[in-house]
Ligand binder design. Structure first.
Ligand SMILES: *Cc1c(COP(=O)(O)O)cnc(C)c1O
Length: 377
């Protein structure tokens, strides 16, 4: 029994994995579990995924990679984010694959691998237009030459990342990036490399652009049962692609106090909202520290007893208040759903994202990792 917790629907996760694998047959399926598995809980998600046959994981940082390595001695673990040079030795020792994109990175990986007489498996990330991490196309040949000169490096992967593939009204930019990536793959071949993993497909690409799948796909948001954007969902439905994504995460809390308050009573800090009528107010032990966004002040809704209940006044650090006047029978410690289904109603991460003028990725990724994660079968 917890006061505020995250529930993971194991069957939903397994079903999403099956669905996405069916759409990307022929490519290795890599679960993107960065950001604590998008707020779900990295260990919990990786363990379920592993039982469902997933043996490749992408993380943003080395600490996550090391945690996964301890759990899965033979999995493919790729760090897609930045690793500081002083930690290359740990990565190489644990057979964790590093993303590199410059001469310094290549030389450093070679030095460390040579000093331990081991091989370092690297993925070269190519800059195709996201202007984030990656080697510029103009510098790719030099980088490949450098890798060719090294004795301890294995070019395990070649990758890039799309800047605008979720915005399907304009697929032109993604096509441009993909054609640059195709050139990069050709350059690697010219230099005598045949990287095992050619990868650029995130969820939107997995769902809509089979040509981009390469030999490995990186599934993030879709793995968790959420659509990258409402537009992608619409397009999938229009094209009659059979793709049923089921949300994995539910976020719940319990009523800490119930009180009846008269008309005009201000609720929470700043007195920003006053009761328009006599109301019953529930105090819930969750706030922005837990990841319940402060922008949900006076606009968020939680589900209690199958009813939608508005968040009243400001979201506090560790508490919120909700109007439960419409719920006939409420008890202290009764469950309130922050994200999930209760009766005929559902609060989705997408709904909260709209209210916060952000994307569902941010809503779930910011759920405090210290909250308990409970797997429900
Ligand atoms: C986060 C991330 C992904 C996953 O993207 P989704 O849209 O969540 O599927 C894939 N590749 C890279 C490089 C990423 O940073």
């Amino acid at each position: 029994m917890h006061r505020t917790w995250v529930e993971l629907d194991e069957q939903a996760l397994i079903s999403n994995i099956k669905t996405l694998r069916a759409l990307s047959e022929g490519a290795r399926f890599c679960a993107v579990v960065k950001a604590n598995a998008y707020g779900h809980g990295m260990k919990e998600v990786a363990q379920i995924a592993s039982r469902a046959g997933v043996s490749a994981f992408a993380v943003d940082e080395l600490d996550d990679a090391l945690e996964l390595r301890a759990l899965f001695p033979s999995a493919l673990i790729v760090v897609i984010g930045y690793v500081m040079f002083h930690r290359f030795a740990e990565a190489i020792r644990e057979n964790i694959e590093l993303t590199v994109y410059d001469r310094e990175g290549v030389l450093h990986a070679e030095t460390i691998a040579a000093s331990t007489a081991s091989a370092a498996r690297i993925h070269v990330k190519v800059e195709t237009g996201t202007s984030r991490q990656g080697v510029l196309m103009d510098d790719l040949d030099d980088l490949l030459l450098e890798i060719g000169r090294s004795k301890h490096l294995v070019l395990s992967g070649l990758s890039t990342h799309f800047a605008n593939i979720e915005d399907t009204a304009n697929p032109e930019y993604a096509s441009l990036q993909f054609s640059r990536f195709t050139e990069a793959v050709a350059a690697a071949t010219r230099h005598g490399f045949s990287p095992e993993f050619i990868h650029c497909a995130c969820s939107a690409a997995i769902l809509l652009f089979p040509d981009t799948h390469g030999t490995l796909v990186r599934a993030g948001i879709s793995l968790y049962g959420l659509w990258p954007t409402p537009m992608i969902e619409e397009l999938i439905r229009k094209q009659n692609i059979s793709c049923d994504l089921r949300p994995v995460l539910r976020w719940k809390t319990r009523i800490a106090q119930i009180k009846s308050l008269p008309t005009g009573t201000p609720i929470s800090y700043g007195l920003t909202e006053r009761l328009k009528q006599r109301s019953r107010i529930a105090v819930l032990p969750v706030g922005y520290w837990d990841g319940y966004d402060r922008r949900l002040s006076s606009v968020g809704e939680v589900l209690v007893g199958g009813h939608r209940c508005k968040v009243m006044g400001r979201v506090c650090m560790n508490m919120i208040m909700a109007d439960i006047s419409a719920v006939p029978k409420v008890e202290k410690e009764q469950v309130a759903t922050l994200i999930g289904v209760d009766g005929r109603h559902e609060v989705t991460a997408a709904e909260l994202a709209r209210k916060c003028q952000t994307i569902p990725y941010e809503i779930i990724a910011r759920i405090n990792p210290l909250l308990p994660r409970v797997i429900v079968g």
